[in-house]
Design a binder for this molecule. Structure first.
Ligand SMILES: Nc1ncnc2c1ncn2[C@@H]1O[C@H](COP(=O)(O)OP(=O)(O)O)[C@@H](O)[C@H]1O
Ligand SMILES: [Mg+2]
Length: 223
């Protein structure tokens, strides 16, 4: 079964056609990069796939379920259970420590378990920063903390919107290493990026232009 299927998805904001007739399928375990100029609709698409927004037209099937028909409450449940979100802006809670930021994600999902939260921090190499506040962490550490938070629910699908956009090369490589690890363990990853270098780590690249899907091909065929 496909993990994700978009059928003729459009998103219209008044006069703006943010997405037009987008269709593609993602298989479980795939790593897909989404590329396109600023304003081409990448974030709009991630927000729809991530159950944070509903498309104006078309259907989205996530793990066998047609999410286009769900109400906001059911979408919240689905997002919590199936999706791990990683953003360019970290959206960390400033007055909670690193381990508490992970635990709050557990809280919304099931139950709080500090040991498990610590294990998630260990996975991203941040155990030694567990008691630090976000402002006491570097940009790369904050992004790794976001990844730990996204992984806490064992999501079926990891969505990352420009996760390396604010990072230097060393931290970018650390994040990519974590993605490789997740991919090897069978996670499905969709990552939006401006960087051809980051996209090259994926197996497949989907390109958007002015809200339209203009190409969808294996990374090995990309110039
Ligand atoms: N809530 C909104 N209301 C109106 N227009 C929007 C909204 N969100 C996005 N857009 C427009 O949709 C287009 C695609 O935006 P976005 O998905 O953020 O692009 P990208 O992430 O590729 O830079 C842009 O023209 C943007 O201005
Ligand atoms: Mg964007």
């Amino acid at each position: 079964m496909n993990i994700l299927e978009l059928n003729d998805v459009s998103m219209i904001y008044g006069p703006v056609k943010a997405l037009q007739n987008i269709s593609f399928i993602v298989q479980p375990g795939e790593w897909v990069a989404i590329m396109g100029a600023s304003g081409s609709g990448k974030t709009t698409m991630m927000n729809i796939v991530g159950c944070m927004n509903k498309a104006t037209h078309g259907s989205v099937i996530l793990d066998g379920e047609n999410i286009s028909r769900l109400n906001a409450r059911d979408l919240t449940v689905l997002r919590r259970d199936k999706i791990g979100l990683i953003f360019q802006q970290f959206h960390l809670i400033s007055y909670l420590t690193a381990v508490e930021n992970v635990m709050i994600a557990q809280y919304y999902h099931s139950m709080v378990d500090e040991k498990e939260a610590m294990q998630a921090l260990e996975r991203v190499g941040l155990a030694h920063r567990a008691r630090h506040l976000p402002r006491q962490l570097s940009g790369g550490e904050q992004q790794r903390l976001c990844i730990a938070r996204a992984l806490i629910n064992y999501p079926r699908l990891i969505l990352a919107d420009e996760p390396t956009g604010n990072l230097d090369e060393t931290n970018q490589n650390t994040v990519l290493d974590i993605f490789h690890q997740l991919h090897n363990e069978g996670s499905t990853i969709i990552v939006v990026t401006h960087s051809p270098e980051v996209a090259a780590h994926a197996q497949r690249v989907i390109s958007l232009e002015f809200g339209r899907l203009v190409s969808d091909m294996p990374t090995s065929l990309c110039a």
